[in-house]
Design a protein around this ligand. Structure first.
Ligand code: MN
Length: 509
């Protein structure tokens, strides 16, 4: 049989079409100068990848173009990111050098491309090497957040095109994705991307279950649509009557989240009631009206359906670290089923879909948002090279996915901690020195042990003593990455000291 003929003219057309799509998405927020640089980057990528093909057989350059489109269209990133996305595999896989990139473009771009080059090649079966690569990846968070955002776009495109790889490689990439990249996307506030990454990895790691759930969802689609329409109708009328400008719709939950319920809570598919959530997107007249508008909608909803007081989530007053703002409530429908409703404004919705990173300054310098605080904190943990990379990644992974609670200092300063954090975690959160000397705490003026688990809204005072030193037992109840890493480090230092003292005694005898 003949080898399949490659129609070069047709391919060229396809590449230009994809590139045209990229240019259109850039239109509004790129200067003529930047557009010129995008063109140059496209040409450089075309030229340097010209003899390369992906496993699927298509021209390689389609991959960097697709990654650039994800960065621009789905994440709302800037022109610099688009240029770097186009170049992201050049230095790694072709003759192009970093010096060239810097000469043709600029220092900023070559630095990002360098970051992207350093963290490639994560596909190693040895888990400690993999962990070390993860750590490198995470460390780039602090250099330029765009490195990690482009890496996420790269991963998303690889996941979307995983079909053409061998089964073993599919499994490897898919499990890596659910282990690290999906949690990272979550932490960056990229909810749409997180969901897609999770669903795609499930598709390869648990193909039968995935297909089964997808099929059942499809079968019940009509029934669900009818339920949602009936549920929404009175809400819509009431909100219109009160003069709100809004969009309301039902949104199916992801296959992955349904899978989780089946797998971890043992609920059969037929008994999962919350296969969807209702979403209300509000047009607010101005930013300072947003909060009261959302509560106004809440008020209208609860005049019609009875809310579950335990399921009210107010991320308006205290946005999540990743920037997520919304009001969530769960109400009782007329059919006896609980239904979750998410209320947000258009601005909040944009942040939830595209990620907070797109909205916040790339440059270092003064800024006081929770995301920056968080980045600083994890950078401290990650740069502690004394701990094994595998340990760091494990501790860190919990940090990525955990829910947050808010706790106050005696002076009323608000601190964010992960759910399940203890008084000792809080002490380390204030300062490593305070944590090491901590002997107890007062929570809401009551004396509690170090292992006391804190709740939202607690006010905590830490008691210290100069005689206190960290001990092994502490690792049994601290949950934050920071506390774990500081304790492990001081235990290590202690051991070193003991062994040095031992040696001295030995030689003195
Ligand atoms: Mn790539």
């Amino acid at each position: 049989m003949d080898a399949p003929l490659i129609d070069l003219v047709e391919e060229k057309k396809m590449i230009l079409k994809e590139y045209g799509g990229l240019l259109r998405s850039l239109k509004k927020n790129a200067s003529p100068q930047e557009k010129k640089m995008v063109r140059t980057a496209f040409e450089l990528a075309m030229e340097s990848h010209k003899d390369m093909r992906r496993k699927s057989g298509e021209p390689y350059v389609l991959h960097p173009i697709a990654v650039a489109r994800i960065a621009s269209e789905e994440m709302g990133l800037d022109a610099t990111s688009v240029i770097c996305a186009l170049l992201h595999d050049t230095v790694e896989d072709t003759e192009v050098t970093l010096e060239e990139v810097e000469r043709i473009f600029n220092k900023e771009i070559s630095k990002i491309v360098d970051g992207l080059t350093k963290i490639s090649g994560v596909f190693d079966l040895n888990s400690s090497i993999q962990a070390e690569n993860f750590r490198k990846l995470l460390l780039t968070l602090n250099d330029d957040i765009r490195v990690i955002l482009i890496k996420l776009a790269d991963r998303l495109h690889n996941m979307r095109t995983l079909d053409s790889l061998k089964r073993e490689k599919q499994l490897k990439i898919a499990s890596e994705t659910s282990f690290l990249y999906a949690p990272l996307a979550h932490r960056m506030g990229l909810y749409a991307m997180k969901t897609e990454l999770e669903d795609l990895s499930l598709k390869y790691t648990e193909p039968d279950l995935y297909r089964d759930i997808a099929q059942k969802l499809q079968e019940k689609k009509k029934e669900r649509a009818k339920f949602i329409a009936d549920f929404i109708k009175p809400l819509k009328e009431e909100l219109e009557k009160r003069g709100f400008n809004f969009d309301i719709y039902g949104r199916p939950k992801s296959i992955y989240s349904i899978y989780n319920k089946i797998k971890h809570k043992g609920v059969p598919f037929e008994e999962i009631y919350d296969l969807f959530a209702i979403r209300i997107i509000l047009k607010s007249a101005s930013v300072d009206k947003e909060k009261s508008d959302c509560w106004g909608v809440y008020s209208a909803i609860t005049d019609i359906y009875h809310p579950n007081p335990d399921r009210l989530r107010d991320w308006l007053s205290n946005p999540k670290t990743n920037g997520y703002e919304a009001l969530h409530t769960t109400v009782m429908s007329t059919t006896g089923k609980w239904v979750e409703i998410q209320i947000r404004t258009e601005r909040m919705h944009e942040i939830a879909e595209k990620g907070f990173a797109a909205h916040w300054k790339y440059k270092e310098g003064s800024s006081d948002n929770a995301m920056d605080e968080w980045l600083e904190k994890i950078h401290g943990v990650l740069s502690n090279t004394d701990t094994s990379a595998l340990d760091v990644v494990n501790d860190f992974k919990h940090e990525l996915f955990s829910e947050e609670i808010f706790v106050f200092t005696p002076k009323g300063d608000l601190k964010r901690l992960r759910k399940g954090a203890t008084a000792l975690d809080f002490a380390f959160e204030i300062h490593s020195g305070v944590g090491k000397k901590c002997i107890g705490a007062k929570v809401n003026t009551k004396l509690v042990p170090l292992s006391h688990v804190m709740k939202n809204g607690d006010q905590v005072e830490i008691l210290t003593s100069n005689k206190q030193v960290p001990n092994e037992d502490w690792l049994n109840f601290v949950v934050t990455a920071k506390a774990r890493s500081v304790i492990k480090q001081s235990l290590k230092e202690d051991k070193k000291k003991i062994s040095i003292e031992g040696k001295i005694r030995w030689s003195a005898n």
